[in-house]
Design a protein. Structure first.
Length: 164
């Protein structure tokens, strides 16, 4: 691990140099000081393998955790659905696993992703209404959606799963 990777990992963890020093000392039973952290980040001293391993594990745990984004506004026509669809597309195109939950009674996001298949989902009981009012298990209503390449400028990607 080089100094830049160490620093980026620390920033991903949202820790100061003092915080990362304290955490490393706690986990490894050491007595590192803040100047040592600075020397590692500036590649003035090599980062010990056990320290690099702890940092990788800490950063990996943060990256594996879920992020929840909510777009909500009582006013209609402000771009909630459009923004949600674009965010879902962008995040999934970057390799993220995305679950888009369509709580709109008109199921506009569902129609935007699945087009005509959204009516069939309703008949199959795979909507948030069936989840909330009918007590259907969540695992039975999540639907995987796929975007297909339509031209050379539109890449083929796996799209978000959608809860309609």
């Amino acid at each position: 691990m080089n100094g830049q990777t160490f620093r980026n990992s620390r920033l991903t963890l949202r820790l100061s140099q003092a915080d990362i020093k304290d955490e490393l000392n706690r986990r490894l039973g050491r007595s590192y000081d803040k100047p040592k952290i600075s020397r590692w980040e500036n590649d003035k001293e090599p980062i010990p393998d056990d320290v690099a391993e702890v940092i990788r594990n800490m950063a990996g745990a943060v990256q594996d955790s879920a992020r929840i984004l909510v777009l909500a506004n009582q006013k209609g026509g402000v771009g909630k659905t459009t923004s949600s669809l674009n965010l879902a597309y962008a995040l999934s195109s970057l390799g993220g696993r995305v679950l888009l939950i369509d709580m709109d009674p008109q199921a506009t996001a569902t129609a935007g992703i699945l087009a005509g298949a959204s009516v069939e989902l309703y008949h199959q009981g795979k909507t948030t209404a069936h989840l909330i009012l009918g007590g259907k298990p969540l695992s039975e209503i999540v639907v995987a959606a796929v975007y297909y390449q339509t031209d050379a400028n539109c890449p083929s990607i796996s799209s978000p799963a959608i809860l309609t």
